[in-house]
Design a protein around this ligand. Structure first.
Ligand SMILES: [Zn+2]
Length: 253
């Protein structure tokens, strides 16, 4: 089990460097006791970066796994269990994912609110553009304008984004389960990390990385919509405008 440093608080997402100990080397994969690298999951792409150990720097090209996090490198044999490493994530990519992912929560919340409770049934968060699938929905140009305007207005309000741990019953008492997708989570999950925008404007269980204020997102720009059949439509967006960008912490976790 790898300790997920990026999950401790939203603020932990702003760290770029961390120290860890190698616990296993399996093929091309390095397992660490703790990591800031986000593994593929929840629609969010993995972080890239480097692991610096006793034999130099290794580029991390892929990160997967929910229990033990596997960091894929080319020369894994340069490390062995017990080695101390300093990990550094590629901040440009990480921060783009944080901004894109928070935008996804906002868009999903606003679509649910404005368009008859349309659900978010899938999402893919990448650094340059991201996409969200909704159902049931039939977007026309007017709806896309209403959506874009509502999202960008919230961004201009510079609402804070916060996280907390809640029980199933607590979140279900506040948010409809078809917005949070709580009905899709196994009942064995009793406590959840909840990401909240503003004062309950949107609340959603999520283990991804997010910004701490909507002003860091900038404005969303919807690039296209595509029908995926059976009442599902996909929108693709990127981020434009003048976001209030933050810098990563220079200290090491
Ligand atoms: Zn999320």
């Amino acid at each position: 089990m790898t300790e997920k440093l990026y999950l401790k608080t939203l603020d932990a997402g702003y760290y770029q460097h961390f120290d860890a100990v190698v616990t296993a080397v399996e093929g091309n994969n390095i397992v660490l006791d703790r990591t800031l690298f986000y593994p593929l999951g929840g629609g969010q792409h993995w972080d890239t970066g480097t692991l610096s150990g006793p034999n130099g720097n290794l580029d991390v090209t892929e990160v997967r796994g929910r229990q033990a996090v596997h960091h894929t490198v080319e020369d894994a044999h340069q490390l062995e269990p017990g080695d101390e490493v300093r990990g550094s994530i590629d901040w440009e990519t990480r921060y783009a994912h944080m901004r894109m992912h928070t935008a996804q929560h906002l868009v999903s919340g606003i679509v649910y609110e404005h368009f008859n409770g349309a659900r978010t049934v899938g999402n893919q968060i990448h650094a340059h553009s991201s996409r969200i699938d909704f159902n049931p929905i039939a977007f026309d140009e007017d709806m896309l304008s209403i959506l874009t305007e509502a999202v960008n207005q919230r961004v201009d309000e510079a609402l804070p984004v916060t996280d907390s741990v809640m029980t199933r019953a607590e979140i279900n008492a506040i948010m409809p389960p078809d917005r949070t997708n709580m009905d899709l989570l196994p009942s064995s999950v009793t406590e959840l990390r909840i990401v909240q925008i503003g004062n309950r404007l949107d609340m959603c269980p999520c283990a991804g990385t997010h910004v701490t204020n909507l002003e860091e997102i900038g404005h969303i720009n919807i690039l296209e919509k595509k029908s995926k059949g059976k009442g599902t439509q996909r929108i693709k967006y990127d981020l434009i405008g003048s976001p209030q960008l933050r810098q990563p912490y220079t200290t090491t976790l």
